[in-house]
Design a protein around this ligand. Sequence first.
Ligand SMILES: [Cu+2]
Length: 379
Amino acid sequence: MKNILQTPVRRRQVLTGSLALAGGAAAVTLNRAKPAGATSHDGDDEGIDHSSHYHGDDNSHGSGRHGDMITVGDVGTEINGFDPTDLLTDWEVGTVTKGADGQTIRSFTVTAEDREIEIAPGVTFPAWTFNGRVPGPTLRATEGDQLRIKFVNNGSHPHSMHFHGIHGASMDGLQGSGLIDPGDEFTYEFTAKPFGCHLYHCHAFPLRAHMHKGMYGAFIVDPDPAKHTEDFSVANSRLLGSPENANWQEFIMVMNAFDTNFDGANEFYMVNSVAHHYMKHPIVVDRAKKIRVYLINATEFDPINSFHLHANFFDYYDHGTTLTPTLKTVDTIMQCQAQRGIIEIDFSEHEPGMYMFHAHQSEFAELGWMSMFDVKDLG
Ligand SMILES: [Cu+2]
């Protein structure tokens, strides 16, 4: 397949649906009702059939005009090796052992490697990855664990893992503290704290190149309920594997974007690397169980990203480092790069149906950052 990078793609081309890739690759157009490449729009909004449906079926749940404007076709797992639907709940908890003092030691291995990924149907991107995926593995630990993260650089450039957490200077992922050349390895050791929704990313320079190439991932630290007796049940509900936690539906969502022609502006926006994936594959949730989204903004080039939920409001925990919400009853939050937080949503009083969420920068939504919860009675 001819690489997308040989064909310059600009943001407005994608928006107007005029992008047709050479070499037999799939076309990207905004109108799913017509075959790929069958239309040619020369105006921003002309030719978009607002009567067509986001999913080719029932349009009674208010998706309306938004839903018309998504990429055509689908991204399989053949190139990427991961499915964004599976990635939502793919917690990497490492290998647990006990130290002599009974301390929990949690060990991970993360490998940097170059890998081409498919970010929209027929659109590939030459990524630099952690463990072959973008975002990298979602590393999840419990507050107070001793972490040992063995990092192996099998990529073509120097890389590191810089954790947003509390640790010593020697473990920071800079030159002399874990920034390593191809073929080298380094083990980061520190205590998992503070509890919250964090991230890690490569801190090699130029930083923006290593970020936008895909070198970031989630780092979740669950609170240790024993340390939070005043909010024990809340802390327990955040602890992966606890009975209280089983009453929640938890998802990792990393907001990201890709600059496919390397002009310093993004052509595609999304959650978890595939444009419009959760429009074509809505996230099925049980109406009776609350939703907890670990939301992280890894978007390069644009200073702000955002999350907006339709038809409902939610509570928000900035950085996830508190057990009471830092924002209550909001329907939109914004994050700068590396900002993150926990969103808690309750649909129990709602009718079942499709509930959209998306960036409220409209252009981001149209270029891929638009998703659906499919709220059902699964009882
Ligand atoms: Cu790097």
